[in-house]
Design a protein around this ligand. Structure first.
Ligand code: ADP
Length: 416
């Protein structure tokens, strides 16, 4: 339980920290990418200007062939990497007249100009129409491959991803250690509180037993006793019985966690279920409830016999308590691969879907009016869950109001 809380706390912290890092990295990534694209756009514009200035417009209106693009007149950086680019000049009718560079570019001319992207190979394309004295002379189009930029962005992405991963992992270790450290005093206090509860319950058992014994003796020899006195003794007896049960439950709850995990091999599960049933036969007859037992033979669990009895007895007792007269209870045990599944199903008052998650909480009882039938303190199922967890098993419940409840316990199977 304590580890569960610490793990959950650590996971929440790491999740928040990792989310902040992911958000930060994503913003950084997009800002850097936008910066690169803005640089690239101004670079393309420069090149387009270079193309425009290298065209000999004297030839444009004449039928004579146009001179080649004068690469030397382009900016130095452009002329160096010209082979990777594409520089094109289209005449006013959109016919490609001159071009330079090796970049494959098969997009149709966009006469309205501006930036475009080519998918394969990835490239940024800029088209500029050249108008002089209200006369369209033609279009300059330049394209630059995006492979290098994509590669750089991939590196940045990988760097950010690894950064987030390692920062989360390192902070995860730190957070876990810090939480463990800061929870230490809390655990010490809880342990002291548990010890106190166990000690107090233990100390209370003797006086409660004494009061109970005395009131029982008084009730046994009640001849000649006034009715009002007998009633008082009956009240004392009933109250001490309840207190005795609470004190026993508390003691058991605190002891369960401190017991060792070494189990004496139990007898066959079917035999134990049958014995528990016999112990509670009086309640069964009292309430007129039919209890069925269907257990496969030769099933053994990795559990101390007393623990198993405790679990089954608590579940059967609850089923009997919360099932109205005339109802049915089905106890079963089957092998389920490496586990033994024990079920206690009743046709009782059921538990609402909202309450299902609370039934194993200490001192939790369903709405008092519905549970008035019984005088428990809401500790039985907490004890059962603690025992089952200590035995490396699981317990679950399925229930529907007014239809019934099924408690399902899974325990590791053992060899005989
Ligand atoms: P209690 O001593 O009150 O029975 P438990 O921890 O055993 O304490 O059970 C907690 C609550 O869960 C009960 O008060 C009851 O409301 C509900 N509950 C337990 N078992 C059943 C059942 N078989 N059918 C309906 N409600 C149940």
């Amino acid at each position: 339980m304590k580890n569960k809380i610490e793990t959950r706390l650590a996971l929440y912290n790491i999740a928040v920290f990792a989310s902040v890092l992911i958000a930060f990295s994503s913003i950084l990534y997009f800002v850097v990418r936008d910066g690169f694209y803005a640089d690239l756009r101004s670079h393309l514009q420069q090149m387009a200007d270079g193309v425009v200035s290298s065209i000999d417009y004297e030839h444009v209106d004449k039928e004579t062939p146009l001179p080649d693009l004068i690469v030397s007149e382009l900016p130095a950086s452009v002329s160096q990497s010209l082979m990777d680019l594409r520089l094109q000049w289209f005449d006013k009718n959109g016919k490609l007249s001159i071009e330079k560079g090796t970049l494959a570019l098969d997009m149709p001319l966009n006469r309205s100009g501006g930036y475009e992207y080519q998918d394969s190979p990835r490239a940024m394309v800029f088209t500029k129409s050249v108008v002089v004295e209200n006369k369209l002379l033609g279009y300059a189009r330049v394209a630059q491959p995006l492979a290098n930029l994509d590669r750089s962005m991939d590196h940045i992405k990988l760097g950010l991803f690894l950064g987030v991963f390692f920062a989360s992992a390192i902070s995860g270790v730190g957070i876990t250690l810090l939480i463990a450290k800061s929870m230490q005093p809390l655990h010490a206090n809880i342990a002291r509180l548990k010890q106190f509860t166990a000690d107090a319950s233990h100390e209370l058992r003797t006086p409660i037993a004494a009061i109970n014994a005395n009131s029982s003796v008084a009730l046994k020899y009640s001849d000649g006793m006034r009715d009002s006195d007998r009633e008082k003794f009956e009240m004392i007896s009933s109250a001490t019985n309840q207190m005795g049960r609470l004190v026993n439950d508390l003691l058991q709850l605190e002891q369960v966690e401190f017991l060792s995990g070494n189990h004496a091999p139990s007898r066959e599960v079917a035999v134990i279920l049958n014995e528990v049933r016999k112990v509670l036969a009086w309640l069964e007859q009292d309430k007129g409830i039919e209890v069925m037992l269907e257990a496969e033979s030769d099933l053994y669990v990795e559990a101390d016999e007393e623990d198993l009895c405790n679990v089954v007895q608590n579940l059967l007792e609850n089923a009997l308590r919360y099932t109205p007269p005339g109802g049915r209870i089905n106890m079963s045990a089957v092998r389920d691969r490496a586990n033994i599944t024990i079920k206690v199903a009743d046709t009782g008052i059921g538990i609402s879907a909202n309450d299902l998650s609370k039934v194993f909480d200490r001192f939790w009882r369903a709405d008092k009016a519905r549970s008035r039938v019984a005088g428990g303190y809401g500790l039985g199922l907490s004890i059962v869950q603690s025992i089952v967890t200590r035995l490396n098993g699981t317990i679950n419940v399925e229930s529907e109001i007014d239809i019934g409840s099924t408690f399902i316990v899974q325990l590791p199977s053992a060899k005989r």
